[in-house]
Design a protein around this ligand. Structure first.
Ligand SMILES: Cc1cc2nc3c(=O)[nH]c(=O)nc-3n(C[C@H](O)[C@H](O)[C@H](O)COP(=O)(O)OP(=O)(O)OC[C@H]3O[C@@H](n4cnc5c(N)ncnc54)[C@H](O)[C@@H]3O)c2cc1C
Length: 399
């Protein structure tokens, strides 16, 4: 048995792993983060809902990146299909539920840089800039061995190592995955017209086409298409793509210029059969992968990070084994994750279906939301903040 080098070891330095590491280390829990610096900057953006922003603010991260983020004050959904039963346009305004903004949109590279800057300030956080190669789970500890030969042992391992999680495999948790016949193209744009802090989602037959504001006259685009269209669209020059985007967005943002850093992501949904067992807890995409529709993925991942950190800090302060929190963590995160993943899945399928009654149900649902203000407000409140109890960091409380 090797000597414990930390109380918690986290594998994976994406946004979920870094957030968990900061939450634990800033509360005085000795934490090791096994994470290699990313090889390339991530040009994708994340729309972070208010609670996620509050948690990052409470952890001292948000001040490092707030100037790089754009507020999301209005969300428009426009039915851009040529179907018989089309939904009315629906507009959600944050001011209707007393909020200044639903959240903020930020490029992942700025978010990661802000998390890294905060992580460097924490003496209780030790970095191992390497890739985990193997994990051994024993009765009283878990040991992570890195590709470079170094090892670290702790009471609890947090797997934040993404969709192909080594931690998940090591502890024997299965994952149920499903691929959609859809691919998301992503890139950022400059445009000649103001976005007025409004995100616009065009619902087309192939999937949503969503423009989300970035600072100044810039927006990010998640453009979900049939995989057959990908090679044609990917072959377009920047000027041709700009013209195509302007056409599909009905010129609402004026003339378009494409920025470098195009991404292609086949759409999948996946959920681990359990979010933690023995001495391993899974967070972020190691536990669940949502299709990039409705901005749920990282918001769920940050709630995972805030929840496991809260449980571990409480156990640590009471002198308990911090791995005893794992079953409770699993129970606490399951309902929220399952319900949101289901909502994303249903929204996406209702767009793809040729089944007229389902198209009708979707149109009727959006019609009711558009017409009935209390219903619309309830949908907005639940979208921003789940009714189930929120982790303390997301209520702005320091751990
Ligand atoms: C097109 C697109 C748009 C999206 N938009 C949004 C949005 O607007 N809002 C939102 O909330 N979510 C969004 N998401 C989802 C969001 O991007 C993900 O939920 C988030 O990036 C997952 O973060 P993570 O830290 O869990 O995993 P990752 O970002 O995948 O990080 C995992 C890390 O672990 C590392 N790693 C893997 N294996 C090992 C190992 N063996 N040892 C050490 N390190 C390892 C990897 O290198 C990586 O750095 C979007 C996703 C896509 C595809």
């Amino acid at each position: 048995m090797s000597r414990l080098t930390a109380e918690v070891v986290i594998v994976g330095g994406g946004p979920a792993g870094l957030t968990a590491a900061i939450a634990l280390a800033s509360a005085g829990v000795e934490t090791t983060l096994v994470a290699k610096p990313p090889p390339l900057p991530d040009h994708r953006t994340s729309a972070l809902l208010q609670d996620s922003v509050k948690a990052l603010d409470t952890l001292g991260v948000w001040q490092h990146c707030r100037n790089d983020a754009a507020p999301l004050r209005v969300m428009r959904i426009i039915d851009d299909t040529a179907r018989l039963l089309r939904a009315p346009e629906v507009c959600f305004a944050a001011s209707e539920i007393g909020l200044d903004a639903f959240g903020y949109n930020i490029e992942n590279r700025f978010l990661i840089a802000a998390l890294e800057a905060r992580a460097r300030e924490l003496p209780a956080l030790t970095r191992m800039p390497d890739q985990a190669a193997a994990m051994n789970i024993a009765a009283a500890q878990v040991t992570v061995r890195c590709c470079g030969g170094a090892a670290t042992s702790a009471r609890l391992a947090i797997g934040a190592d993404g969709h192909h999680s080594l931690c998940r495999t090591a502890v024997g948790i299965d994952i149920r995955s499903r691929s959609y016949a859809q691919t998301a193209l992503t890139f950022n744009l400059c445009h000649s017209r103001e976005h007025h802090d409004t995100s616009t989602e065009f619902h087309a037959e192939g999937g949503p086409f969503t423009l989300v504001p970035l600072p100044q006259r810039r927006s990010s685009l998640v453009f979900v298409v049939d995989p057959a269209e990908v090679s044609v669209l990917s072959g377009l020059s920047d000027a041709e793509m700009a013209a195509e985007i302007e056409r599909r967005s009905h010129s609402i943002l004026g003339t378009i210029e494409i920025e470098r850093g195009r991404g292609v992501f086949p759409l999948i949904t996946a959920t681990a059969t359990c979010f933690g067992t023995r001495r391993v807890a899974l967070i972020g995409e190691a536990a669940h992968v949502a299709a990039p529709i409705g901005a749920q993925g990282l918001n769920l991942g940050l709630r995972d990070a805030a929840t496991i950190a809260e449980l571990v800090v409480a156990a640590h302060r009471e002198g308990q084994d911090v791995a005893d929190t794992v079953d409770r963590y699993d129970r606490m995160r399951r309902a929220d994750t399952t319900s949101r993943m289901l909502a994303v899945d249903l929204l996406n399928r209702s767009l793809l279906t040729d089944f007229l009654p389902l198209q009708g149900a979707r149109a009727a649902g959006l019609f009711l939301i558009e017409r009935i203000a209390p219903l619309r407000q309830a949908v907005m409140r639940e979208g921003v903040s789940p009714w189930a109890s929120q982790p303390r960091l997301m209520r702005g409380e320091v751990l």
